[in-house]
Design a protein around this ligand. Sequence first.
Ligand SMILES: Cc1cc2nc3c(=O)[nH]c(=O)nc-3n(C[C@H](O)[C@H](O)[C@H](O)COP(=O)(O)OP(=O)(O)OC[C@H]3O[C@@H](n4cnc5c(N)ncnc54)[C@H](O)[C@@H]3O)c2cc1C
Ligand code: FES
Length: 254
Amino acid sequence: MKELIATVKSNNLIAENIYEITLTLPESVGYIRGGQFLNLAVGDKVHLLKRPLGIVKVEENDVTVCYQLKGEGTHIISEKKVGDKLSVLLPLGNGFVIPENVKNVAVIGGGVGVFPLISVLREHAGKINFNSYIGFRNKNAVCLLDELEKSNFLTVVTDDGSVGKKGNAVSAYFEDKNKVKPDLIIACGPPIMLKVLKQKLIESGDKTPCLVSLEERMGCGIGACLVCVCKTTSGGNTRVCKDGPVFDINEVEL
Ligand SMILES: Cc1cc2nc3c(=O)[nH]c(=O)nc-3n(C[C@H](O)[C@H](O)[C@H](O)COP(=O)(O)OP(=O)(O)OC[C@H]3O[C@@H](n4cnc5c(N)ncnc54)[C@H](O)[C@@H]3O)c2cc1C
Ligand code: FES
C-alpha cells in the first residue's frame, strides 16, 4: 500500500450521475487484484477523509475508478480537471481471490457494485468462463458495457425494463442458474441485493461458494479506526476495509 500524489488524466461523465476518473500515478504500485479499492482524497481542507472507490482498471501507471455523485466529496471530485493533483492511497483490501480449480464463475452486480467486478473480468478474461448478471436502475444509468462484454455471457437488466428485461440481477441469475452451474458466484451491489442473494441461496439449498464485496461507511480505510466494522455469523466483528471488502457470504451478517 502506498500513498501517492496522482495527476488527473481524465474525468468524464459516463452515465447519469456517474463519472470515470483516470489518475496517473508517479510510480507503479505493483499487482492490484480485482476487487481491491483505493482511497481518493477530495482535495480540499474541509473534507479530510479520503473516499473509498473500487478499482476498475489499471494500465501501467494509470488507475481508473468510477464514482456516482453522492454527497459533497464526490461532487467536488467531479469538478477536478486534467492535470489536477489528488492524494491517493492504494491498493486497499483483499479483492476476489479465485481458486485455481474454478473455471466457471457467475458474476452478480448492481449499481456502483458493478465497478469492482469489472477489474475481476479484466484480470481473468480468457482464463475463466464468466456468466454475468448486471442490474442498473434504468437506461440512463447503464455504463461500461464494453468492459462488461468481457464476460462470456452477459445479461443486463434494469429496474424499469428500459434496457434488457425488467428485474434485478439476483433474479436474473436464479432464472439461469441450472443452466449455468457455476463453480463460484461473485457479487457486489447494494446491501439489499446481497441480503436477497443470501436468502435465495439458503432457501434453494444452493451450496455454490459465493464471495461478496461489502460496502460500509469508512474512515481510515486501513484497519485502524473501526468505523467499517460489520458482524460475522460466528458472533464476532470484522473490518470491511482490512479484512474485506470481499468475504465468503456465509461468514458475514447481511
Ligand atoms: C470498498 C468500497 C468501495 C466502493 N466503491 C465505489 C465505487 O467504485 N463507486 C462508487 O460510486 N462508490 C463506491 N463506494 C461508495 C463511495 O465510497 C461513497 O459513495 C463515497 O465515499 C461518498 O462520498 P461523498 O463525499 O460524495 O458522500 P458523503 O455522504 O458526503 O460522505 C460522507 C462520508 O461518508 C463516507 N461514505 C458515504 N457513503 C459511503 C459508502 N456508501 N461507503 C463508504 N463510505 C461512505 C464518505 O467516504 C465520507 O467520508 C465504495 C465504498 C466502499 C466501502
Ligand atoms: S475504515 Fe478504518 S478500520 Fe476500516
